[in-house]
Design a protein around this ligand. Structure first.
Ligand SMILES: *Cc1c(COP(=O)(O)O)cnc(C)c1O
Length: 340
């Protein structure tokens, strides 16, 4: 363990760790996995990722558990999602098996940076794929680099564990048939103005509406949205939403716990009928939303939070599975046996 790190004080930010893993795609094929300790990437100034946004990324966590073991959650899903993101961006696809191997390896190499059990922190794993081939005309690059690094992180949202959102009436993060469904860095570049303006007004983030009609709820900047009412877990279905692995898991868990699961268009008018609302994702886990403000109507929607909610029960079950404290009946968890 790293003695000099105050795990409980960690926010969601970059902290240097000793090793990262890289793999280069050149001459039509992927090379070997390489171990690096340099934090920088030497790159051609005409690399396609710099000019034309050929970049996709992923995010998952490694958990140090009560039984001393280290666990990963649904890493195969992240591998597959990166493959579909890279296909859409016309990038060389990094094979699923090698993605999993690289993630295992980078966690093992940096094992002393996995925060201890109950510190409130975990090891965030960030795989990325970039076009590195020099390109001035707009077309896919011929060289790519896969990198995966890790960094210990605390909670994604600062504060008391509840968030206040603003309905985003002005900006979209993605176009109706654009890149919203893939994890492309460009979507985040496009979301920064909305992010800054909402934070300047004191909100923790924005809730996007569907970019075509602005009639339905899409998602929260870096997390999916769900609402709960009348024994139902309701989450929006839209082509511009990023398919969250956490949300997909919560749909399964919610069904297993006796809630009816609905994944469908969620009209804005329905917001007032939800008893609870939440943001879910790897970084957010489940963060309860206490208020959503609509600047157009000058109206605030309020939701129930606290221990006596479905959101809290779902949170507990999800985290218990991730930490090996509840039965892994869906086969979601990998134990990294090489780490003691
Ligand atoms: C990554 C991401 C999420 C959450 O996905 P998880 O697989 O649950 O981590 C939600 N929305 C957006 C826009 C994202 O990029």
């Amino acid at each position: 363990m790293k003695e000099n790190l105050d795990w409980a004080k960690l926010g969601f930010s970059y902290h240097k760790t000793p090793y990262n893993i890289r793999c280069y795609y050149r001459n039509g094929k992927w090379g070997e996995l390489e171990i690096h300790s340099d934090e920088t990437i030497p790159m051609h100034m005409a690399a396609s990722c710099l000019h034309y946004g050929q970049e996709a990324f992923e995010g998952l966590k490694a958990y140090r558990c009560k039984d001393g073991k280290v666990r990963l959650f649904r890493v195969d899903e992240n591998a597959k999602r990166m493959a579909s993101s890279s296909e859409y961006l016309q990038m060389a696809v990094f094979p699923v098996e090698r993605f999993i191997e690289a993630v295992h390896k980078v966690v093992e190499l940096n094992a002393e940076y996995i925060p201890p059990y109950e510190s409130g922190a975990s090891l965030y794993i960030r795989p990325l794929l970039i076009g590195t081939g020099a390109q001035v005309g707009v077309k896919p690059a011929d060289e790519y680099l896969f990198v995966v690094f890790v960094t210990p992180v605390g909670p994604y949202f600062k504060g008391d564990g509840e968030i206040t959102m603003c309905l985003e009436r002005k900006y979209d993060r993605a176009a109706p048939h654009g890149t919203g469904h893939i994890k492309a860095g460009g979507n985040y570049g496009a979301s920064l103005t909305a992010y800054v303006e909402s934070h300047d007004k004191g909100f923790d983030g924005v809730l996007y509406l569907d970019p075509k009609e602005k009639k339905y709820i899409d998602e929260v900047g870096a997390a999916n949205f769900f609402g709960i009412k009348d024994g139902k877990y309701v989450t929006p279905d839209s082509p511009s939403i990023l398919p969250s692995i956490t949300n997909k898991s919560l749909c399964t868990i919610a069904g297993d716990m006796g809630l009816t699961v609905e994944r469908r268009h969620v009209p804005l008018e329905e917001l007032s009928t939800f008893e609870e609302a939440g943001a879910c994702g790897t970084a957010a886990v489940i963060t309860p939303i206490n208020n959503i403000y609509d600047p157009e109507e000058d109206k605030t929607y309020r939701f129930k939070t606290g221990d006596d909610t479905w959101s809290h029960k779902l949170y507990r079950r999800l985290v218990d599975i991730q930490y090996g404290q509840a039965e892994d009946k869906f086969g979601w968890v990998t134990v990294l046996d090489s780490i003691r």
